[in-house]
Design a protein around this ligand. Structure first.
Ligand code: CP
Length: 345
């Protein structure tokens, strides 16, 4: 595999990236991490420009991308809809075509249910430069790459039969998108991991995504199981990832967007039935000795997780957050590297 094989490749879902491509990217992330620690320059994207469009708030994604571009020798524009003509209805097509003439990569976060992934694909369908997801309603591939690198750092590269609990958890902060757990169930079984999803029946993941994840598991020697009990999910786990997600998958995209207020009310009522879905020391005790606690952050302290767990040595959340930087840099360096794309005559 050569770096030029990645040039111009979109990064919207890891389903479109082969195992070999993911391994190569993680390997580069590890090398860039070493250079970062040693203070060695690694200006692989000198004079290049990334346009970042954020429809929602972000701490880790925004700063890993922007700091990453600076460290790679380029520059990132931090854009929000209010700064762009898309707030006056400019199409994704025109936005993508224009930005393609001015820079080297487009990155976008749009998590609106039933809208975000379609919007990103519309950008990608029209751009002549790579389009990277900063999270949409279905996928968060930047997070999944950082999670995988973190897991490999703690458990080694052979992850066969490493047991992971991806659990729903109660939160009052906001109904979090489905994209983190979906990206994890799609990716981890491809690396042979034994994944259990624990969630109340009112908080399923999307059926089509589950089917694809089951296929990934079957084809790659991984496992994927579902339980509706947090304790059962934690039993014997090497890693636990308890995190809230909204009950979006109970509705089709059309239903949700036609009746968003009603759906949100129903989701809130369902949420309040499950206040006891918290990651605490008792539940950590059900997992294997030495279990690691992961969370994409931001965490809802006191609701998703107790301070005694999130502030304990079991928590590897800051390594996970830091790895957002190194993996994002690898993805950007590979997809945006090399010569300008072919629309430039
Ligand atoms: N995990 C994550 O995507 O964090 P931000 O929302 O802060 O970017």
């Amino acid at each position: 595999m050569r770096t030029k094989d990645f040039r111009g490749k979109h990064f919207i879902t890891l389903q479109d990236w082969t195992r070999e491509e993911i391994d190569f990217t993680l390997d580069l992330a590890g090398k860039l991490k070493q250079k970062f620690y040693k203070g060695r320059p690694h200006r692989l994207l000198r004079d290049k420009t990334l346009f970042m469009m954020f429809f929602e708030q972000s701490t880790r994604t925004r700063n890993s991308m922007e700091a990453g571009m600076t460290q790679l020798g380029g520059h990132a524009h931090d854009l929000t809809p209010d700064k762009m003509q898309l707030s006056h209805g400019e199409s994704a097509k025109d936005t993508a075509l224009v930005l393609s003439r001015m820079g080297h990569g487009i990155a976008c976060r749009n998590c609106f249910y039933g809208i975000g992934n379609t919007y990103l694909n519309e950008l990608a369908g029209n751009a002549s430069i790579p389009v990277m997801s900063l999270q949409d309603d279905l996928y968060h591939p930047m997070q999944a790459m950082a999670d995988l690198l973190t897991i490999q750092e703690y458990f080694g590269k052979d992850l066969k039969d490493i047991k992971i609990a991806i659990s729903w958890a109660y939160a009052t902060s906001h109904a979090k998108p489905l994209s983190v757990p979906i990206s994890q169930i799609l990716l981890f079984p491809r690396f042979g991991m034994d994944v259990t999803v624990a969630a109340p029946k009112e908080f399923p993941l999307l059926k089509d995504m589950v089917k694809t994840a089951q296929r990934n598991a079957a084809e790659n020697g991984g496992k994927l199981n579902f339980v509706d009990n947090m304790d059962a999910g934690f039993e014997g786990a090497d890693i636990v990832i308890p995190k809230n997600w909204g009950g979006f998958a109970n509705y089709t995209f059309d239903e949700y967007n036609a009746n968003e207020d009603e759906c949100r009310k129903e989701m809130k009522a369902n949420l309040e039935k499950h206040k006891d879905w918290i990651c605490d020391e008792r539940r950590m005790g059900l997992a294997k000795p030495g279990v690691k606690y992961m969370h994409a952050l931001p965490a809802d302290r006191g609701n998703e997780v107790t301070p005694a767990v999130i502030d304990s040595p079991a928590a590897i959340i800051y390594d996970e957050a830091e790895n957002r930087l190194h993996t994002a840099k690898a993805v950007m360096a590979l997809t945006m590297g090399g010569r300008r794309n072919d629309h430039v005559r």
